[in-house]
Design a protein around this ligand. Structure first.
Ligand code: S3P
Length: 425
């Protein structure tokens, strides 16, 4: 598996804020991460590719980012946008962020709110239902004001935006997470030498970071991306006769929900060679075709597999019985509205899907192939994960699936099509 997208973004951002040379291997060279690299260069860091997945970053130091000369192009990447808004918010920088049609619809109020409390000023565009969207201009506050912020939505991007703003803010910035989300920012900030502590209090996670930090450059090995592995996991489980080893899968507990849920459905998944890469648990996964059973997915597990629901919906479509998912409102504000996009795409391929406010209910075929949708193009809505999920659906269908646009796949998984071809040959 190629490098983890979340960790790749953070490697470049933190490398750019450490004084000296950070080396990264296994970096994901997808378009989203390249957008982060370009933005950090525009703010003064040297970010250089020296080989396949091998990158060198010469950081400028916390507080020393420069004003970019041109607006920052975030492409399709919500992570780049929200985390970089956090970084800019506590620097003496005024800059504009813009992105593609998908990103321009996504809500930015969730980061504007806490970053405004820290003193940054924003002029955002107005989206549907009065939401704040790109293009937007940020004027950073220097010095910014430390805050204590309780996350109103379970979002690692919002958490990370506030922590990154806190890096250059005098005093202690506190984020309280009622529901835990991926913790790569916390692990990596600590690894780079920031003073950050995490306390469990009353069932919540309280994260405190001391500002005006001095980050030390690091050598980072990026583990493989479990979100990318999910498509191959599901493909191997639903295509009869499959036996596949997926190498280098990151299994950080805040990310590995998909493996647990697929196992609950009866998926035969064995971890081999468990090890640690870049401070994160990693294993190879041996996956065999399995007779899956529908289940009610516990909504509490959603944050640890928030990007994997499109793939899970495919597995559910081939399982025996009914799979019910709830508590997934956040899926409506991803690269697309993944609840309605997957409902339409899977229905088009012959799956029995009912859309609810906060999830999908799917009656599976019990292992029989789906009809497919070779004659009606599946709409992917500029969403890489819809495109890849429907490619996997195609493997488990009679007539195949046609998708309208495969280009977005390059945002997170440029090797996807070649790898899929390799394992299905
Ligand atoms: C990400 C966090 C998640 C996820 C996204 C990457 C990150 O979003 O969907 O693909 O790297 O922090 P949330 O902000 O909803 O947690």
């Amino acid at each position: 598996m190629p490098g983890d997208k979340s960790i790749s973004h953070r490697s470049i951002m933190l490398g750019a804020l450490a004084v000296g040379e950070t080396r990264v291997s296994g970096l994901l060279e997808g378009e989203d991460v390249l957008a982060t690299a370009a933005a950090m260069r525009a703010m003064g860091a040297q970010v250089e590719r020296i080989g396949d997945g091998e990158w060198l970053i010469h950081g400028v130091g916390v507080g020393a980012l420069l004003q970019p000369e041109a607006p920052l192009d975030m492409g399709n990447s919500g992570t780049s946008t929200r985390l970089l808004m956090g970084l800019v918010a506590s620097h003496a920088i005024e800059t504009r962020f813009f992105g593609d049609a998908s990103l321009s619809k996504r809500p930015m109020g969730r980061v504007i709110e806490p970053l405004s409390q820290m003193g940054a000023a924003f002029e955002a565009s107005e989206g549907a239902n009065g939401s704040k969207t790109l293009p937007l201009t940020v004027r950073g506050a220097n010095p910014a004001v430390p805050i204590e912020y309780r996350l109103p939505v379970a979002s690692a991007q919002v958490k990370s935006a506030v922590l990154l703003a806190g890096l250059n803010t005098p005093g202690i910035t506190t984020v309280i997470e009622p529901v835990p989300t991926r913790d790569h920012s916390e692990r990596m900030l600590r690894g780079f030498g920031a003073e950050l502590d995490v306390e469990e209090a009353g069932g919540e996670r309280v994260i405190r970071i001391r500002g005006e930090a001095e980050l030390r450059p690091q050598t980072i090995a990026v583990p493989g991306d479990p979100s990318s592995a999910a498509f191959f996991l599901v493909a191997a489980l639903v295509v009869p006769g499959s036996e596949l080893t997926i190498e280098n899968v990151g299994l950080n507990p805040t990310r590995a929900g998909i493996v647990e849920v697929l196992r609950q459905m009866g998926g035969d998944i064995t971890e081999i060679n468990r090890r640690e890469v870049g401070g994160e648990p990693v294993a190879d996964l041996l996956v065999r075709h399995s007779a899956l059973k529908g289940i009610a997915v516990d909504p509490a597990i959603a944050p640890s597999m928030i990007d994997e629901f499109p793939a899970l919906f495919v597995a559910a479509s081939l399982a025996e019985g009914t799979t019910v998912t709830t508590g997934l409102e956040e899926l409506r504000v991803k690269e697309s509205d993944r609840i309605s996009a997957m409902a339409a795409a899977l229905t088009g391929a012959g799956s029995k899907v009912t859309e609810t406010e906060d999830g999908l209910t799917i009656v599976g075929t019990g292992g029989e192939p789906l009809r497919g949708s070779a004659n009606s193009r599946t709409k992917t809505h500029l969403d890489h994960r819809i495109a890849m999920s429907m490619a996997v659906t195609g493997l488990a269908s009679r007539d195949g699936v046609e998708v309208d646009d495969t280009r977005p796949i390059a945002t997170s998984f440029p090797q996807f099509e070649a790898l899929l071809e390799e394992v299905t040959r």
